[in-house]
Design a protein around this ligand. Sequence first.
Ligand code: ATP
Length: 502
Amino acid sequence: MNKTDKIMDIAAKRGFFYPSAEIYGSKAGFWTYGHLGTRIKHKWQNLWREFFLGLNNNFFEVEDCNILPKQVFVGSGHLENFNDPLTECNKCHFRFRADDLIEDALDINAEGIDEEAMTKLIEDNMLLCPKCQSKLLPVRMFNMMFDLKVGATGDDVMYLRPETAQAPFLAFKREFNALRKKIPMGLAVIGKAFRNEISPRQGFFRLREFSQAELQIFFDADKINEAEDWNSVKDYKLRLFTVKDRKTKKIQEVSCKDANTKLKIPKFYVYHLAKVQQFYLDALKVQKENFRFRELDAKERAFYNKIHFDVELNLETLKGFKEVAGVHYRTNHDLGGHQKCSKENLEVFVDEKRFVPHVLELSFGVDRNVWALLDIFYKEEKERALFTFPQNVAPIDVAVFPLVKKDNLPEKAQEIFKDLTKSFKTFYDESGSVGKRYRRQDEIGTIYCVTVDHDTLDKNTVTIRDRDSMKQIKVDVKELVNVLNKLICCELKFEKAGSLIK
Ligand code: ATP
């Protein structure tokens, strides 16, 4: 089995995720989060919230409907422009995403190439249907939004939102007034988005129903070269892969100061790049070699994005750097479009000026980030497979076992388990040998296992086993919560937390 299959196997068997409606055969691009996956997802989202809403005391979260009126997507431009290139087999009528097909066959980047040029590439290189080897029809554009007929007559067409970002634009006027008319103002949404992807391959990475965590920061375009907290990041090194670096294929480490003065990226944008990078390297403990910002050129990025860097992580399962988030300078495209379409005035009056605010968007795909965590933290050792998740995303903190299922050990273990559940996400297991129970917990990334044995009854001590080193220490039950707390907060070294069992 390759690494993807191994992770998929653990994911389905242990309860991270599995295909939605599996008992009916399931549909590509739809997945169910199991009990462990839901925990990781929620922990990742909470970390994101804490980190990004903590950047400014004028950043808040809002929540909107998944189903929105057609006019919203006229205003945003999605109805006209939210398309992917599609080609169809002339014989079996299977449909493919033309850019993916070309990229796979010719090993080139097909992002931003128009339909005619793609058709020509297919013809010139005699690319055929990968399923039945027949001819492919000319490439055409396919709108990826799901439409719905709403109401009893079905006359009212509405759409499932293809991105969460529209919610802050629609809420902008009310929130700006409610929040005392100040900018920068940030409005975040964590919620579902829906895209009718033509070929949702790459397993859990390209979905038709997925979650996004997006922060729209409304600001004054005249102040784009200002950042309040600039001094704290000016010497911080960003890992950039700009359009120019594509020739050498090398990632540059550039200080924020140089990104601003030499690469001419505005301070407001650079500051937020630094924060996004810190989220991955410091909060999620991603190794810096596995992180980069990839710049998109004018052809590749959406027409309204003036500056666009994708966040890419190096994922072994996907054979290289893949997009998990994006930092988009969307200008005043969205508010401007909604103002025009709704006839509602969306200007603000700040600093003696009247203007439509510009927007910097930090846009993250939650599910892709969850997959990335599984890829990055999966390890194999001689006799075990494990996830070395950091505590802030590990689904279970502590597992509790009785050594054997007799001699009152299960009762004592239950007592300790109940006590620990007040402070930690805890799992109780008494089935199978202790060795097997350790392996099962390693396989889901549980950080510590506490074993209750005969010493617990005689001397009131338990054994704590560390997931990563497999070392074990003896600790007094009275001290257990305190010790685990300190270990989890990294305030104590494992070997120093109790008496080491040699
Ligand atoms: P891609 O180029 O991979 O199709 P995108 O550039 O269209 O993605 P955005 O519209 O910028 O993506 O969406 C922001 C984030 O949402 C992406 O960085 C990604 O993490 C996530 N995302 C987008 N489409 C999907 C999808 N079909 N399934 C899962 N996550 C997605």
